[in-house]
Design a protein around this ligand. Structure first.
Ligand code: SF4
Length: 567
């Protein structure tokens, strides 16, 4: 089976040291990306770690396909202990970083410790340099990019960076790359902020050689370049009105299911503002959405469907320019648009201010700087809902994505049991339910399919393949690209998910964390079906003997001992 190549680079910010460590066993067992990062995180972050403590670790990992010319592979995956969910989260971002990252010759980056001053770490194929940057305190993401361009002649594609939100430990702060692409969910920006790490740059010419089988690679590329999917023109916003009319577009903080102004923020409205094509590295599908409003001069990349929901229907805002402004603001400040938009919507609900887009922007700024009420909202809906007097629309502390589990019951089950919380990219029964392949009504009998989807998504995030590639990088093609069979890939996905669950179990999360804030049919029984299909105990825990640590004690290139997790 093909897998990522190269050592793990550990950066210890307390010591300002860097160590390269071979991790061949981990790469062979987990491919790359989310799988490798999850295995490392499980074995090396202490189970009792404070998400904001120096003992937490953040991982950035590539896969075997990121050096190929295969469309849909220009992405990287990031993992760590989340300050939002208090469990492991993985999140991935597109852009152009994946090739720069691989050029440094490593397969994964581990960031541990904490600096006593704000730093940028510059990673090259020759080593790591630490640059104190006190002058960048409070800087926005584009300001960090400007600094890196001026001082190193590097572009935003060479860089991950946090904005003021990460520095201020907003629990849903994102890590940004290419200024507009977000490692969005779960607050890993705040993990870097707690470590006083403003940015990391990557530059090098030492990428490992990985030979990708030819036929599927070329076929995928040709199809991506010639596809006439609506998604190529409108990105994820293409189905906004279809979903609103036929299922649900959560509106005014979940008080309604349908938004009367969906046309004002949907796919056509976004396409009207699109002024050029946008893509990720090597991707001929080019579904990104650089948009501009000529009248106001507002310019951003996006908004994607989730932002249209979070800063649009959820807030009762029906003008796409307002959603574009919010999108640009979140990217600049380093905020996950879903959690930020839904948290702002919760505040608007409490003050009866739906539709007030200007207030929403003020609140977003206040959240990033933890000013006024923004200091409370920066904790997220789960921690602030009682103060606001609104319902807690979260799972495991994570704000819901748009696809409404109250209508798509299999998706609701997926949200309830997902180790990451209420995120649509984790299990995703939404696709077969929207498509009518399975009845959206009811939860029973869906657990085995959910397990398969979760495993498949974990492989996708380990390989790393874009979620929008499903019609083109089929299961068979992915197996062919990785020179293995699909059953073996599913086993990798299962191993990854088991480690997430086991880590969360050891932090005290079990069946009581697998729940929804609303009722759907037979949820309790469906969760038990899921536990059975996943081989969990009735209390939602994974037996310890199912987990064989693989990365706790790593020998290092220089003979030093890399620190294992405290078990
Ligand atoms: S399909 Fe779209 S999001 Fe995915 S890699 Fe290609 S351009 Fe990026």
């Amino acid at each position: 089976m093909l897998h990522a190549e190269g050592p793990l680079l550990t950066i210890d910010l307390t010591e300002r040291s860097a160590t390269r460590t071979p991790i061949d066993d981990v790469l062979e067992a987990f491919i790359g990306g989310r799988g490798v990062a999850t295995a490392l995180a499980h074995d090396r972050i202490p189970f009792d770690a404070d998400p904001f403590g120096p003992e937490n670790r953040a991982y950035l990992a590539t896969g075997p396909l990121q050096l190929s010319t295969t469309s849909f592979t220009g992405r990287l995956s990031m993992t760590g202990l989340s300050p939002l969910t208090d469990g492991l989260v993985s999140t991935n971002a597109g852009g152009y970083l994946s090739r720069e990252f691989a050029g440094t010759g490593i397969s994964a980056l581990e960031v541990t410790g904490a600096s006593d001053e704000l730093l940028i770490a510059h990673v090259t194929d020759e080593g790591v340099e630490f640059e104190p940057v006190p002058e960048l305190a409070g800087a926005t993401v584009p300001e960090v990019s400007d600094h890196v361009a001026e001082t190193r002649d590097l572009g935003p594609e060479n860089c991950i960076a946090i904005g003021p939100a990460g520095e201020n430990l907003v629990r849903f702060a994102s890590v940004m790359t290419f200024d507009s692409r977000a490692f969005g969910r779960g607050g890993l920006g705040a993990v870097l902020g707690a470590k006083n790490l403003k940015a990391v740059t990557f530059e090098g010419d030492s990428a490992p050689e990985i030979e990708i089988p030819d036929p599927p690679e070329m076929e995928i590329h040709r199809e991506a370049a010639t596809s006439d999917d609506l998604m190529r023109r409108q990105g994820t916003t293409g189905n906004t009105e279809f979903i609103n009319e036929n299922f649900s577009l959560p509106t005014r903080y979940f008080s309604e299911y349908e938004f009367e102004s969906a046309a004002g923020i949907g796919g056509d409205a976004v396409e009207e503002k699109k002024y050029k094509k946008g893509a990720c590295s090597q991707c001929a599908y080019a579904c990104k959405l650089p948009t501009r409003d000529e009248e106001t001069g507002v310019e951003t990349e996006g908004p994607e469907f989730e932002t249209v929901y979070a800063f649009g229907s959820s807030q009762g805002v029906g003008d796409i320019v307002d959603v574009m402004r919010a999108n640009e603001l979140c990217d600049r400040l380093g905020l996950d648009t879903i959690s930020a938009g839904v948290t702002v919507a919760a505040y608007l609900a409490s003050e009866d201010e739906f539709g007030n887009a200007e207030l929403a922007r003020e609140l977003t700024e206040q959240i990033a700087h933890r000013e006024g009420i923004g200091d409370d909202l920066a904790e997220g809906v789960h921690r602030v809902h009682e103060q606001l007097g609104v319902d807690d629309y979260t799972v495991k502390g994570m704000e819901f994505a748009a696809h409404d589990g109250r209508v798509l019951h299999g998706q609701g089950l997926s949200y309830a049991v997902a180790n990451r919380g209420a995120d649509h990219m984790y299990g995703g029964l939404l696709s077969p339910e929207y498509a009518g392949e399975i009845d959206p009504e009811g939860t029973l009998g869906k657990a085995e399919l959910l397990v398969e989807h979760e495993n498949r998504n974990a492989i996708r995030d380990s390989a790393i393949v874009c979620a929008f590639a499903s019609g083109h990088i089929t299961d068979e093609r992915l197996a062919a690209l990785l020179e293995t069979d699909y059953e073996e890939l599913l086993a990798v996905g299962a191993r990854t998910i088991e480690r997430e669950r086991h880590f969360n179990n050891r932090r005290g999360m079990a069946a009581d964390a697998d729940d929804l804030p609303y009722e759907i049919p037979d949820l309790e029984d469906a969760i038990q079906e899921y536990y059975e299909a996943r081989g969990l105990r009735e209390d939602g825990t994974l037996p310890d003997d199912r987990i064989e640590p693989i990365a706790a004690d790593l020998g290092t290139d220089d003979g030093a001992a890399a620190s294992p997790a405290d078990d």
